[in-house]
Design a protein around this ligand. Structure first.
Ligand code: AMP
Length: 121
């Protein structure tokens, strides 16, 4: 699985393109989606060069995997949508062509602030 260093999220990570940052640590960067689908629509991406969830599952270190999962909760808490700070949210990952993935850098979508609705529209 080759990684495209020119994808838009790689450019956000390198600072070439700005983002509306929510949170950052050694493992993840989180920012608001440019085209929000719900009241709150955040993206959480690993800092490593991983094209999709399969690539990440196969190649990421245990630290990176834990860091990403912890990062999801940290961001949800910050946004007030986690189970302990709010009413919950939907985490969604699109993987590859049939999954509808447009940007080839692994990203979790977090939808919250209102009901996420049916799982598949
Ligand atoms: P996916 O279809 O899962 O690959 O989702 C890609 C997401 O990236 C879409 O929801 C886009 O709105 C979002 N997106 C694309 N470019 C940017 C950007 N520059 N900043 C924030 N979100 C973006």
């Amino acid at each position: 699985m080759s990684y495209d260093d020119n994808n838009i999220f790689a450019k956000i990570l390198s600072g070439q393109i700005p983002c509306k940052k929510i949170y950052e640590d050694d493992f993840v960067l989180s920012f608001y989606d440019i085209n929000p689908q719900k009241k709150i629509h955040a993206l959480v991406i690993p800092k490593g060069r991983y094209s999709n969830l399969d690539d990440f599952s196969i190649n990421a270190s245990s630290g990176e995997i834990v860091g990403l999962l912890k990062g999801l909760n940290i961001v949800a808490k910050k946004l007030g949508i986690s189970i302990d700070t709010g009413k919950g949210y939907r985490a969604l990952v699109n993987i590859g062509e049939h999954g509808g993935q447009e940007v080839p850098h692994l990203h979790f979508h977090l939808f919250g602030g209102e009901s996420a609705g049916r799982m598949i529209e």
